[in-house]
Design a protein around this ligand. Structure first.
Ligand code: ZN
Length: 311
């Protein structure tokens, strides 16, 4: 039983325009680095039934997104969320990657998986594209686990430096999903203070000041693990953004690449105890190409070493 990487060349055709930080090279950088690791299984996203999207987003929103893809040039869905002709397949494959990852874990093809795709998803709300995100990939994954596989307790851990306002919006009133986010605060997108707890106390926001470094972050991460242990998830999904890295140009947290190994390892220990190690992770942010490639590699290394001894 190994770790799978789900990725597709369509990620490279989602053109966001010259100078945009959420660029195709991000996925290339991650993939090139992971290719050096010979222990990984490589898979492509599946085509999926579009009804799966309707559980997470409204039909009106999905129709509007589908109509927005241009035959040429670029279209702005919001101030910084841009689509091009190649975005249609890229957005569907980003969703399809998490569906493939979940199916593969359920069919015991592999132990766990990381989806190296774009566009990211965690800022996309039920009916709103935002912050480089179009469909909320991780939220579609959680709803797929609930509807298709009848799970009742899904935990989403979002360590992207930005608060996942979209994921919080989608699950604010859903007691089957625990959403935990660590993020720089106050910061874009503005949400994520610790008074936002969800209608079933199913949201834990851990806001962190600009400048927070490894030591303080790892102390804060103990609250993530504590909440996880109380919830006893049947499945863990990561919204894996690597923009809390100290070299990231868009934010001011000060994590090192190794910290992503550490938090993944600690979470997987918990996953082994409560859900047989069922973990699926999907790429969100991360805008310094070297930091992104190195951090994603550390994250995947921890996924590969899933046989952690539970103490
Ligand atoms: Zn981010």
């Amino acid at each position: 039983m190994k770790t799978a990487i789900i990725t597709s060349d369509t990620s490279l055709n989602h053109n966001t325009g010259v100078g945009h930080p959420e660029k195709p090279d991000r996925v290339s950088a991650v993939i090139e680095n992971l290719k050096k690791n010979k222990k990984l299984i490589w898979k492509k996203p599946v085509k999926f039934n579009k009804n799966i999207l309707n559980i997470t987003h409204t039909s009106e929103y999905i129709n509007n997104v589908e109509k927005s893809f241009p035959n040429e040039g670029l279209v702005f869905l919001d101030g910084d969320t841009i689509v091009s002709p190649g975005s249609k397949d890229a957005t569907l494959d980003a969703v399809g990657s998490i569906i493939s990852a979940i199916d593969g874990v359920e069919n015991k093809e592999f132990k766990n998986a990381f989806c190296a795709v774009r566009p990211p998803g965690h800022h996309a709300e039920k009916e709103k594209a935002m912050g480089f995100c179009i469909y909320n990939n991780v939220a579609v994954g959680a709803n797929y686990l609930i509807n298709n596989y009848k799970y009742k307790k899904i935990a989403i851990i979002d360590f992207d430096v930005h608060h996942g306002n979209g994921t919080q919006d989608i699950f604010f009133n859903n007691d089957k999903v625990l959403y935990i986010s660590t993020h720089q605060y106050p910061f874009y997108p503005g949400s994520g203070d610790n008074s936002q707890k969800g209608l079933h106390n199913n949201i834990l926001n851990i806001p962190l000041q600009a400048g927070t470094g490894s030591r303080e972050y790892l102390i804060a991460y103990e609250y993530v693990l504590k909440k996880l242990k109380n919830f006893k998830p049947e499945y863990i999904l990561f919204s894996a953004g690597f923009d809390a890295h100290k070299d990231d140009p868009l934010a001011q947290l000060q994590l090192t690449s190794k910290d992503f190994y550490e938090i993944t390892k600690r979470t997987i220990k918990c996953a082994q105890k409560y859900c047989g190690g069922k973990v699926v992770s999907i790429l969100e942010g991360g805008y310094d190409l070297n930091a992104l490639a190195e951090s994603a590699d550390e994250h995947v290394n921890a996924l590969l070493e899933f046989n952690w001894i539970i103490k």
